[in-house]
Design a protein around this ligand. Structure first.
Ligand code: ACO
Length: 451
């Protein structure tokens, strides 16, 4: 099959948020720490009506409705998540409720977990299935979702919640480039969830930022090598029209873009550096390992790369800025934001870099080629226009005070794994088509309804 890639994309986020300026005050930190320092404006969160099953049911059902996909059209269903409510039963099996009533049970796939990387792992599995001898001509559906919550403290403002569903198949308008994927996988305790009684991770914030940037460097250098081997051409930021990053918080994404500009600089010959950037020559011989927390280098390359960042990456940060880190869906909310915020004529025929990172750690850099076809009837136009609900839903959300947000999280803490459980929150403000938790019975079985 030719041009395997993303044929449809749907994003879902909860209908309530907390304002980061109010959270700064509530937490007693200096004004600007979360909004300027981390680059976050609002943070979406789930009350007790939503869990990982409902998030995934909602986004999968909405995609199938919006694109008129029939259950029999799907031959593989993959779920990526790090929100674990059952050590055995997959969320994929919960999603089979959307297929079973139509006698469709011949659907491959199960869940994949590694922090924020699970969505990308699921996507790559789906692509591999379509490119394999097992493919039967049907489409694959990839779902990724998470409820990202942190214990009180410096990580709390970097939470978020939501889900993405993507339809994967041949002749796609967003084509995943073949033979040039680059990964960096290592064993490290930067962010992990060893306490199965809690929704909160154990985080070493500084280490997690170092691991993210180090994985980014490594993936980029490997991607460059693979392109060189395959096509005998060089790669720099100039090779990309847009670059998407997993977004723990938007400021780290801007630093990541600057990091790639710095790597480009390191890949420039000494001669060229002395001609083009004589004032930066001092940074050329520095050992990469010593650069991660070097504020001078960070500042210089943030400034140098800013115009390009504003053009190539800023448009992809809309949902990340408004909802926060959704974990597995994060980099795909970047794709949706890019498609919404750039005119279709500027998207058609372009190259998009993607960096997906999950602590622990798994990371991959790959690229997408956007089809040139962008007329009214094109698949690209269909995807772009189908995403027009996002801005409306972001604005239609209900603002919740930090006090009430904190109460919601405390209530979730108290009731995590408590049975039987009946949610208390109203369903009145949920978006149309959202699934909500009705109850968890004494045998831990969960039931859902749809708004
Ligand atoms: N105005 C403007 N900027 C401010 C202000 C202010 N009033 N106050 C602080 N800042 C800046 C700081 O200078 C700092 O900027 P810098 O990063 O450029 O140095 C930034 O705001 C953050 O402040 P810190 O003191 O560094 O923040 P802290 O250490 O309290 O927490 C952290 C940040 C570690 C990222 C924390 O939020 C965290 O642990 N998050 C979860 C882990 C995470 O997201 N890791 C990323 C990769 S892994 C993943 O995806 C989960």
């Amino acid at each position: 099959p030719r041009d395997v890639g993303i044929k449809a994309i749907e994003i879902y986020f909860p209908a309530q948020y907390v304002e980061q300026t109010e959270l700064e005050q509530f937490d007693g930190v200096s004004a600007g720490k979360y909004t300027i320092g981390l680059g976050q404006c609002r943070m979406g969160f789930c009350n007790d009506r939503e869990d990982i099953n409902s998030l995934c049911l909602t986004v999968a059902h909405r995609l199938m409705d919006r694109y008129d996909i029939k259950p029999e059209d799907i031959g593989r269903l993959e779920v990526g998540t790090e929100t674990i409510i059952d050590k055995s039963k997959s969320i994929k099996s919960v999603l089979m409720q959307l297929f079973e009533p139509y006698d469709c049970t011949d659907v491959e796939g199960a869940d994949t977990t590694n922090a924020c990387y699970g969505g990308t792992a699921a996507l790559l599995n789906a692509v591999s299935w379509i490119e394999s001898s097992a493919w039967d001509g049907r489409l694959a559906l990839v779902v990724a979702g998470d409820n990202a919550v942190y214990s009180p403290g410096s990580a709390r403002p970097t939470g978020g919640a939501g889900a993405v569903a993507m339809l994967i198949g041949p002749d796609a308008p967003l084509i995943i480039d073949r033979g040039v994927r680059a990964s960096c996988m290592k064993h490290v305790y930067d962010f992990y969830k060893p306490n199965l009684k809690s929704e909160y991770p154990t985080v070493d914030g500084k280490l997690s930022v170092y691991c993210y940037l180090n994985a980014l460097d490594t993936c980029y250098q490997t991607y460059r090598k693979k392109v060189k081997n395959k096509y005998n051409c060089g790669v720099s930021l100039n090779s990309f029209d847009a670059f998407l990053f997993h977004s723990p918080y938007c400021k780290l994404v801007q630093k990541s873009f600057a990091r790639l500009a710095f790597i480009d600089f390191l890949n420039t010959s000494k001669k060229e550096v002395s001609e083009k950037y004589p004032e930066l020559a001092q940074f050329h011989d520095i050992k990469v390992e010593d650069t991660y927390f070097n504020k001078d280098i960070e500042k210089v390359f943030l400034n140098l790369s800013k115009p390009e960042f504003l053009q190539k990456t800023q448009p992809s940060l809309m949902i990340a800025n408004q909802v926060g880190n959704m974990y597995t869906p994060s980099v795909y909310t970047g794709l949706a934001s890019l498609l919404i915020n750039k005119p279709i004529k500027e998207l058609a025929g372009t190259k998009v870099g993607v960096f997906s990172y999950g602590s622990g750690l798994c990371s991959t850099m790959y690229s997408l080629t956007i089809t040139k076809e962008c007329n009214e009837k094109s698949d690209l136009m269909k995807i772009v226009s189908s995403l027009s609900y996002i801005k409306k839903e972001l604005d239609a959300r209900q603002k919740i005070s930090p006090e009430d947000y904190t109460k919601v999280l405390e209530w979730r803490e108290q009731n995590c794994h408590t049975v039987p459980f009946s949610p208390q929150s109203s369903i009145k403000n949920m978006f149309p088509g959202s699934y909500y938790l009705v109850q968890v019975d004494e045998k831990y079985r969960r039931t859902y309804n749809r708004v």
